[in-house]
Every structure is written in structure tokens, then in C-alpha cells.
Design a protein around this ligand. Structure first.
Ligand code: HEM
Length: 511
């Protein structure tokens, strides 16, 4: 895709900036570093990584391919769905207490976060790279039941996976891929697992394979060699040996191929996990598979008197620190002028279990926290970058910057009664149809909504030297998060910067 696209930019960052500098998903990834980390300390036998993968599957498994209902839509976050016998265990509650944190925003739904959490767990714990699409929509109520349970017979499982959109062979694959992680816990399945009295598994979890924190084909090699301790294969109660019935349903042929080839197992799982994560209600249109942008700026503009403060960073994909590299930024203004600045290295990030690295550069060489000061009258239309001698301008398109409207540093507040004046600077000659604030809030089910609050044009615009006039609105909620939106020639634009009234300076007089 072409930058900027606020939604794809946000999804791409959540998916690829996993650890290190500026990593959007670093907070979440820290819960699976190392892979045996669990919410409770000690050798519990449980892991967040396994919980997240099971949660994604149980959220998805309500899908009905025939009528297009259900699927990965975060309906698993509703207590009514979690309370069903098919969702026994506390993994869903645990997952939902962590996963939306730091990841869910106006562009990344709770359902996208659930999918991303499973992907992060698989990729960072030895698994294959998984193609990721965004755009899942959060359900507003529980879905119909439909998650398979161990005591059901083989035909029920075949029918259940068919309803979810998977063939009998794919069923064997998906169960084997999922059960490469985790195990069965005594507390929730006392008929399957007894009290283990194992200091390495204080929560009494009987593991599916010997490497239950790590993705690998041991689930298959141990099954084929007869050494497996998988409680759904060797359980005393045959009724609940569902993995045994499923794995042997084609005469063990699929499990043999998995046991013989770790590579084939990994590539099959990458495909099946991707399909699992992409199983959504039929009215949901997912985005393209996200690939990392080779050069990706993140830019914020603020009008400060006659100056536009341009701040942000640029990410260079697949690069590590290199003191000999020079990175320069050019900005093209409205009058045909081109400015030039040398950028400074600020750090690296990584993704996909360390498979990729990215190097970050700040727009201001002397102080990354500071912004570049641009003449407001000349403005800024687009950016391009020069890495060593290589021009990076999205194949001639440049990185388009919308300077038609932006936050104004004149925004301020008074204390008694608490009122903030939110000033938006609108570039003369741009003539937006609408300028509005976007109030970003999460409801009590963590679903994020954006409410538009129109700002009236000023009755007598003041055109200073800056070439901008201010549109103002008074607001009283100190901690609400606002972005700015505008409709210009039929297209809606949003800023990526977010503002809280309590961060405004005090006004010099009354409002
Ligand atoms: C017939 C289908 C399936 C049955 C009957 C089944 C059954 C179970 C059961 C009983 C548990 C133990 C849960 C607990 O103790 O809290 C479990 C755990 C798990 N399942 Fe499945 N499962 C099935 C398919 C899948 C699939 C398709 C996936 C993912 C692709 C998956 C992923 C997991 C994971 C990761 C765990 C470990 C959870 C943890 O350790 O916290 N399962 N499964």
C-alpha cells in the first residue's frame, strides 16, 4: 500500500513493530518473553502464549461458513460466551485482561488484537511467519455456541470443522498445530487430568507434547513414535481422547507427514493459522495481507505561531544500526522549495521472533525529542528520504503530508470551572467542508468508537502571517482523547496525533 493510510499504517505497526524501539506491540510481546511466561509466577505449567492461541481458536470456532455468521470477532470477550461448557477454563478471561492493552485502538479492533496476539505468540515462540490481514469488526453480542469438545465423537468433530470451513485433513492439521502449545488443566477437566503433584506444573497441566511452550512438530513425532503424553490421546477415559480419534482418522497419514518433516508441519500450520485468523463473519472485509513498508515515516504537525513544528521518525525496514549510513529527509513546500535535514539514529526494533530488524531515525538530528521548525506560510506538501545515496520517495509519489489543518499550540485551559479551548489551525485557501474533533473512547466491552464533534468556522477569521486561521471549540472533559479530522474536497483526513485537555497549558486570560 501507499503511505499514508492511517488504518493500514496502524495495523502494519501493530503487526511488524513487535519489540524494541517504538514497538507498538512491545507491551503485549513482553507477556510472552520468555515463552513460558504466565500471569501467575512460578512453574505453573501454563503460558500466556498458549492461552492466546486457544482464545483465537475458540473465538473463531463459532463460525458458520454456510450462513456467514460468527468467526473471529472478539465475541469471546463476553462473559456469557466464556461461561459456556465449550469454553471451560480461565484462559479467555486471562487473555482478555491483557490482549487489548496497548494494541487496540481506533484502527485495530479487539478482534484484530486477539488475532495479533495469537500471531505474536506463534511467531515469537518458534513458529512460522503468518500472513496477517486486519479489519476485523468487534461483535456486539455473543455468537451462537459451536466450539468442539473432547467428549464429542469423530463425526461431530468433522461436522464442526466443516461448519467452520475446514476439511477433515485440515482439521487434523489445525488441531495438531494448536496443540503444539499448552495442555489440559486438572481444575477445568478433572475427568481428563488428575492431580499431578508435579512441582514443574503447580496448576496441574498435562502437556500435549514435551515442548509445550514452543512451536515444533513434537506433537506429531511423539504421537507417531508412541511416546506421547498428550492427555487427549492416552487418557484413561477413551471418550475424551479426541486428539487420538482426530489424528488417527486418516490412518495417521497426515500425522506421519508432520512427524517426518518439521518444515512441512510449519508451512502447513502457517497456512492453517492464517485461515483460522481470517475466518470472520461474511459481512467483514479484511484488508490486504500486510507487508512491511520499506521506508515508513510517522509524522505530526503542530502550528506554533508562524512556525509548523514537524516531528516524528522514519523506520527503515530490514536494517540494523550502521554508523556509516546517512539518512536525510527532504520536505517539499507549497512554493516549490525543498528543505533538507540530516536525521539521527534512535534505535532498532525487531519482529517475527527476531527474523527482521528495523532501524529508526528521528527528524531532528540534534534532539530526537525536538521538532523541525518549518515556515508555516510555505507549509509542507510531501517528504522524501535519501538513505546513503538512494532516493526513497515511494516510486516518485513522495510521502504526502496533509498540512491543511493541524493542532495549534495556542490551545489552552482554565481551571475554574475546568474548560479547555481546543484550537485547530486551518490553512487559508484549503476551505474544508467540515473540521471536527474525533473523540476516541472505548465502551465497557473494550470496543473503540470514534465520535465526531463538529467545530464551527470562526465568525471573523484572523489571517496572521502564518497563513492559517484558528477554529476553536471549548470542551470540559479533561481526560478524553481527541484527534482532529477534516473533510477536504470530499475526502476525510485524520491526524495521527492525539490530545488530552489536561496536557494543555493554562490560558493567559479568560476563555
Ligand atoms: C476437536 C477440537 C479440539 C478440542 C476437543 C480441543 C480441546 C482442548 C482442551 C480440552 C484443552 C485444555 C484447556 C484447558 O485445560 O484450559 C485444550 C487446550 C488448548 N487448545 Fe484445543 N482443542 C481442539 C482444537 C484446538 C485448535 C484447532 C486449536 C488451535 C489451532 C487449539 C488450541 C489449544 C491450545 C493452544 C491449548 C492450550 C491452552 C493452555 O495451555 O492454556 N485447540 N484444547
Amino acid at each position: 500500500y501507499t503511505w499514508p493510510s492511517p488504518k493500514l499504517d496502524a495495523l502494519e505497526a501493530a503487526r511488524f513493530d513487535q519489540l524494541g524501539d517504538n514497538a507498538v506491540s512491545a507491551e503485549l510481546t513482553s507477556f510472552i518473553q520468555p515463552c513460558d511466561l504466565f500471569l501467575l509466577p512460578g512453574n505453573t505449567g501454563r503460558s500466556n502464549a498458549a492461552d492466546w492461541i486457544r482464545t483465537a481458536y475458540h473465538d473463531m470456532a463459532t463460525h458458520n461458513a454456510a450462513d456467514g455468521t460468527g468467526g473471529l470477532d472478539a465475541s469471546i470477550r463476553f462473559p456469557d460466551e466464556q461461561r459456556r461448557p465449550e469454553n471451560a477454563g480461565d484462559g479467555f478471561q486471562n487473555t482478555m485482561s491483557i490482549v487489548p492493552l496497548g494494541l487496540t485502538n481506533r484502527y485495530v479492533s479487539v478482534a484484530d488484537s486477539i488475532a495479533l496476539a495469537a500471531l505474536l505468540a506463534i511467531e515469537n515462540c518458534g513458529g512460522p511467519e503468518i500472513p496477517f490481514r486486519g479489519g476485523r469488526i468487534d461483535a456486539t453480542k455473543p455468537n451462537l455456541p459451536g466450539v468442539p469438545q473432547p467428549q464429542q465423537d469423530l463425526n461431530s468433530h468433522i461436522a464442526s470443522f466443516a461448519r467452520q470451513g475446514f476439511t477433515p485433513t485440515e482439521m487434523i492439521g489445525l488441531v495438531a498445530c494448536g496443540h503444539s502449545f499448552g495442555g489440559v488443566q486438572h481444575d477445568f477437566f478433572p475427568d481428563i487430568v488428575g492431580n499431578l503433584h508435579d512441582p514443574n506444573s503447580t496448576l496441574n497441566v498435562a502437556d500435549f507434547d514435551s515442548t509445550f511452550f514452543q512451536f515444533d512438530n513434537k506433537i506429531a513425532t511423539e504421537y507417531i513414535s508412541g511416546t506421547t503424553k498428550n492427555p487427549l490421546v492416552i487418557g484413561k477415559n477413551h471418550t475424551t481422547n479426541s486428539d487420538k480419534r482426530i489424528f488417527s482418522s486418516d490412518g495417521n497419514s497426515t500425522m506421519h507427514t508432520f512427524a517426518n518433516s518439521p518444515g512441512l508441519f510449519a508451512s502447513t500450520c502457517a497456512d492453517l493459522f492464517a485461515r483460522m485468523l481470517d475466518t470472520v463473519p461474511s459481512n467483514v472485509q479484511l484488508t490486504e495481507v500486510l507487508s512491511p513498508l520499506p521506508v515508513k515515516p510517522s509524522v505530526q504537525l503542530i502550528l506554533d505561531g508562524d512556525i509548523i513544528q514537524l516531528s516524528g521518525q522514519v523506520r527503515l525496514w530490514n536494517m540494523t544500526e550502521d554508523p556509516t549510513r546517512t539518512v536525510r529527509m527532504r520536505w517539499h513546500d507549497h512554493h516549490g522549495g525543498i528543505g533538507n535535514a540530516t536525521l539521527s539514529f534512535t534505535g532498532t526494533s525487531s519482529s517475527t521472533g527476531g527474523k527482521y530488524a528495523a532501524a529508526w531515525y528521528a527528524f531532528n538530528a540534534s534532539d530526537p525529542e525536538n521538532s523541525l521548525s518549518l515556515d508555516a506560510h510555505s507549509g509542507v506538501k510531501s517528504l522524501s528520504f535519501v538513505v546513503n545515496d538512494q532516493l526513497e520517495d515511494q516510486d516518485g509519489l513522495g510521502f504526502a503530508i496533509q498540512d491543511g489543518f493541524m493542532f495549534s499550540a495556542t490551545s489552552c485551559l482554565v481551571m475554574h470551572p475546568f474548560t479547555g479551548r481546543f484550537d485547530v489551525a486551518v490553512r487559508n485557501g484549503v476551505n474544508p467542508t467540515r473540521v471536527y474533533l474525533e473523540e476516541i473512547s472505548a465502551d465497557d466491552t473494550q470496543k473503540v468508537t470514534v465520535t465526531e464533534i463538529d467545530i464551527s468556522p470562526p465568525t471573523s477569521p484572523v489571517f496572521g502571517h502564518s497563513g492559517y486561521s484558528l477554529w476553536s471549540i471549548n470542551l470540559t472533559n479533561p481526560t478524553t482523547v481527541y484527534s482532529i479530522g477534516a473533510e477536504i474536497e470530499g475526502v476525510k483526513y485524520s491526524t495521527t496525533d492525539e490530545h488530552l485537555l489536561i496536557e494543555f497549558p493554562l490560558c493567559s486570560g479568560a476563555l
